[in-house]
Write a protein that binds this ligand. Structure first.
Ligand code: FRU
Length: 924
């Protein structure tokens, strides 16, 4: 058990550890994932310069794996760019990089971002505000100035310079223009005219074509970016203007179509390098995000590239490009390696977790294995103990079975032995009863002997039958017979006994013939038992109904119903148990009959059931299957059963219920006895026997149940009561308690008779206040001696009560009651001694009992009549007054309740042999 608890605890700990490991692994993964979201708002994304910027950013971002990069192209529209930035802010970004299309319109949204605490990096173009975190880009003023200085240094004479400007509101357009003007400030020979190309080649070309006339006098063009510059060259060429016209641009991008290529192939004369700053912007962004030091203004270097240095620049750019490609290759390799590393890391994590779990579960398995071994050992020991106990039990039950069988064998053998002598007793008895003379003389005793011999024979037969069925497993020999005839004949066999018992017996069958397979020799015992029981348990004027009914084609049912004393649910449940006897059964039996009947019905593949209600009646229902398919060949006997001896067989049951009428004439002939006795006994034979015996010396009252006994005791107030303990209804013990606690009967000695001879039962008997407890079988002489003894004791008690009323001796409840009664009685008499009209009826009224009860009670306790007692008290008081008071005789006469002095003198003389005056004189 403890092992199992420890195992449970360990499992929980393991689960916890596993969860922690998985959590750590998960957290590790999460840490790697922790990333920033950088938003990049580009004013226009379609041209080469901007694409280069984006590529640079992405290359740099690849060094920060996991970072989120949100990109939006405003396509030259300030409004679109504003809304795109707002969306980024709503979606949530950690840092904003913006190249504003126009300075003024974009200023508010950039300030909003900055004010929200989001770092802002301005790249290339600027807003009109200083609210930004960092700026990345070349100095556009410087770019313009470099261009101006270059034109001034490479030109002689009058120069007409046309400046093709970018978008009017964009900061590079403004700053480059300012720079240009400062760059040529020292060259008054340079005259500048301007057009807006909005940074776009097609716009620039369109503007130049519009001013084609003006172009004729132009010596140099400065376009603010290379795209517009290449457009200007195309327009010049289209207009067949001289190739000597210088065209300058800005950006000097490497690669195909870039400014370097155009300088190299002389499309442009020069281009001012204008780096995109893409890489620098990302570097600065991570410095800001990682809270590292960074520079707010990151100004990128510019220089003029023309035919003198273009080769070098191209060479360097090519080198950088190839290096860049190498880097990219390396990066892709690195990415591959990282992917491999990542997957290997996962595999490693899984392996480590599995290993840890394997170790833990291994430990757990080992622990539970050792615990299981311990438990198994304990179980094995318990099992061995149980097995040895079971073996002992088997041995004991085998011994008990053998002992039971031996006992049953003994009973069966004895029963067999009893049968012959019983038969030998019964037939001479029959002869003796047939003899009229003998029957007159000793008929009653002979019938008693016959009944009990029959009863004994029935018990012996049942015991033998029980043995045959239960132990020898004897099967039935069934044949097909008319069940209606069979049951009717059994019922008829009992009619005479039923009549004797004043019980009405009815037989009903809806059909004259019901063919059924049964063993008549066995089935008759079932009905003998049921009908004889029904008669036994019926009160006088009882009713028994035997009914056959057929419910469907499969079964026939026979009900045996009585309106007798019924049984409690507890008794009903046990009624078919072997040797079971109900507690308050009015007639004692062996307890075999119903158990035997059940067995017989089971042998017939039928059954027997019971329904009963206490004090209402009992119904037994026998069910018998119809047809013969339920019987095997062994159980069938093809010759028809013979049941002609039913009446003879039923005779042995008469012993159970012959109620012999008390012959009142017997008592009438006798002279009235001095003492009376009440016998309460439900066994009619025993009641009769005791009545006969005690009638010689006593007036005998009888009752066959407790309630009737109590009523008789109150009505007749006998001198002694003999009662059985086990009685229908009120038991002997309850009866004893009731009578001893009632003033009318408390003085009557009670003897309880019982078969329950244990010490415990005897103590219970005495506790019920009975005077004596005699166990059955009893010796009559002993009972008789006890009766005389108790009556004698009662005489002693009389003296005790009448001589010393204030005794302090310990008294039983009944004696206390008697004492109180006598005190009350004496008190009433004393108070009324002067009342000449005082009568017995007055005492009855005051005490609350009947005249007869008062008379018997006073007689029993004082051994004199009430009138004698009152007279005695009057004379005694008169004697006292004569002795002690100086009163006249006539005064004393009235004080002690005499109507005249002459009568008083007569009574006094009868008692003391002298008149009251003579008595007074002698004492004086
Ligand atoms: C590209 C571009 C460049 C120029 C810059 C100025 O869109 O026009 O050619 O140098 O923008 O903002």
């Amino acid at each position: 058990m403890s092992g199992r608890i420890a195992f449970g605890k360990l499992s929980r700990v393991l689960l916890f550890v596993t969860l922690i490991i998985l959590c750590i692994a998960g957290c590790k993964e999460d840490k790697k994932k922790a990333a920033y979201t950088i938003g990049f708002s580009q004013c226009v994304g379609s041209d080469l310069w901007r694409k280069t910027m984006l590529d640079e950013m992405k290359t740099e971002l690849s060094l920060h794996p996991g970072a989120n990069f949100v990109y939006a192209d405003a396509e030259n529209s300030s409004d679109l760019q504003i809304s795109q930035v707002k969306k980024m802010l709503d979606d949530g970004i950690d840092l904003l990089i913006i190249s504003p299309n126009e300075a003024q319109p974009l200023t508010p949204v950039v300030e909003e971002a900055y004010n929200k605490g989001i770092p802002v990096i301005i790249i290339d173009r600027k807003t009109a505000s200083s609210l930004y975190t960092a700026y990345v880009g070349a100095d556009n003023y410087q770019v313009g100035k470099l261009a101006g200085a270059y034109i001034a240094s490479t030109s002689v004479g009058q120069i007409n310079l046309l400046e093709v400007m970018g978008l009017p509101g964009s900061s590079p357009a403004i700053e480059r223009d300012r720079g240009l003007m400062d760059g040529i400030k020292e060259s008054p020979n340079i005259h500048v005219s301007k057009v807006y190309g909005d940074w776009l080649k097609q716009h620039a070309k369109a503007q130049l074509r519009k001013n084609a006339k003006q172009l004729a006098g132009i010596n140099a063009i400065f376009a603010q970016n290379d795209m517009m510059a290449s457009g200007a060259r195309e327009v010049l060429n289209d207009l067949r203007l001289p190739g000597t016209i210088k065209v300058l641009g800005v950006d000097a991008l490497p690669g195909n179509g870039g400014g370097l290529q155009m300088v190299g192939n002389k499309t442009l004369n020069a281009s001012v390098l204008y780096p995109t700053g893409g890489k620098e912007a990302i570097v600065t962004a991570f410095q800001i995000l990682n809270k590292e030091p960074f520079s707010r203004e990151n100004i990128l270097q510019s220089l003029v590239i023309d035919s003198t240095n273009v080769k070098l620049m191209q060479f360097q750019w090519n080198k950088i490009e190839s290096q860049q490609k190498d880097i990219e290759k390396q990066q892709s390799l690195l990415a591959d390696q990282q992917a491999i590393y990542k997957s290997q890391q996962i595999v490693l994590d899984v392996i480590i977790i599995t290993l840890v779990l394997a170790i833990i579960f291994g430990g757990l398995a080992f622990y539970s294995l050792t615990e299981n071994r311990k438990i198994n050992k304990r179980l094995e020991a318990k099992n061995n103990e149980i097995v040895s106990q079971r073996n002992q039990l088997i041995e004991m039950s085998a011994k008990a079975e053998a002992a039971t069988e031996a006992r049953l064998n003994f009973f069966t053998n004895v029963s067999h032995e009893f049968r012959t002598p019983l038969t030998l007793m019964l037939s001479p008895l029959q002869d003796l009863l047939a003899n009229d003379k003998l029957s007159l003389l000793a008929g009653k005793n002979l019938r008693l002997v016959q009944q009990n011999a029959f009863r004994l024979l029935k018990l012996v037969n049942q015991l033998i039958d029980y043995r045959k069925i239960e132990i020898d497993k004897q099967t039935i020999k069934a044949s097909e017979n008319n069940l209606v005839d069979f049951v009717r004949e059994i019922t008829e066999a009992f009619r005479v006994y039923a009549q004797k018992m004043n019980v009405k017996l009815y037989f009903t069958s809806p059909e004259k013939e019901i063919k059924a397979w049964f063993d008549a020799d066995m089935l008759d015992k079932v009905f003998f038992n049921l009908i004889s029981n029904a008669i036994k348990f019926c009160n006088e004027d009882g009713r028994i109904k035997v009914t056959i009914r057929k419910n469907g084609p499969d079964y026939v049912y026979i009900d045996v119903e009585d309106n007798g004393i019924g049984m409690s649910p507890e008794d009903t449940a046990l009624v078919f148990d072997q040797f079971y006897q109900a507690d308050n059964a009015p007639v004692t039996g062996s307890g075999i009959g119903l158990s035997l009947s059940k067995e017989i019905m089971l042998f017939h593949h039928g059954n027997i059931d019971v329904k009963s209600q206490k004090w209402k009646g009992t119904m037994f229902t026998v069910s018998l299957p119809l047809g013969s398919s339920h019987l095997n060949a062994m159980e069938k006997n093809y010759s028809r059963n013979d049941w002609s001896d039913l009446a003879e067989k039923s005779k042995i049951y008469q012993g159970d219920f012959n109620r012999l009428a008390v012959e009142d004439s017997y008592n009438l002939l006798k002279s009235p006895s001095e003492h009376s006795i009440l016998i309460i006994e439900d066994n009619t034979d025993l009641l009769q026997y005791l009545t006969d015996k005690f009638s010689e010396n006593f007036e005998v009252f009888t009752a066959c149940n407790g309630t009737a006994g109590i009523t008789s005791a109150f009505d007749n107030v006998p001198d002694l009561i003999i009662s059985d303990v086990v009685l229908p209804g009120v038991s002997g013990k309850e009866l004893s308690k009731t009578l001893k606690s009632d003033v009318r009967t408390s003085h009557i000695p009670i003897i309880l008779l019982t078969a329950q001879g244990s010490l415990e039962h005897q103590i219970l008997g005495v506790q019920s206040l009975a005077d004596l407890y005699i166990t059955k079988p009893f010796n009559f002489d002993y009972l008789s001696a006890s009766v005389w003894n108790l009556i004698g004791n009662r005489a002693l008690l009389k003296e005790h009560f009448t001589s010393d009323i204030s005794t302090t001796e310990r008294l039983t409840i009944s004696k206390k009651l008697d004492k109180k009664f006598l005190n009350d009685f004496a008190g009433i008499v004393e108070q009324n001694l002067a009342n000449e009209k005082f009568s017995v009826d007055d005492i009855c009224k005051i005490i609350g009992i009947s005249r007869v009860q008062l008379y018997r009670k006073v007689k029993a306790l004082t051994d004199c009549s009430i009138t004698d007692y009152i007279l005695n008290r009057r004379i005694k008081k008169a004697t006292y007054l004569l002795n002690n008071e100086s009163l006249t005789i006539s005064e004393i006469t009235y004080m002690v309740g005499f109507s005249n002095p002459n009568y008083f003198a007569t009574v006094f003389k009868a008692r003391y042999g002298c008149t009251p005056s003579e008595f007074k004189k002698s004492k004086a």
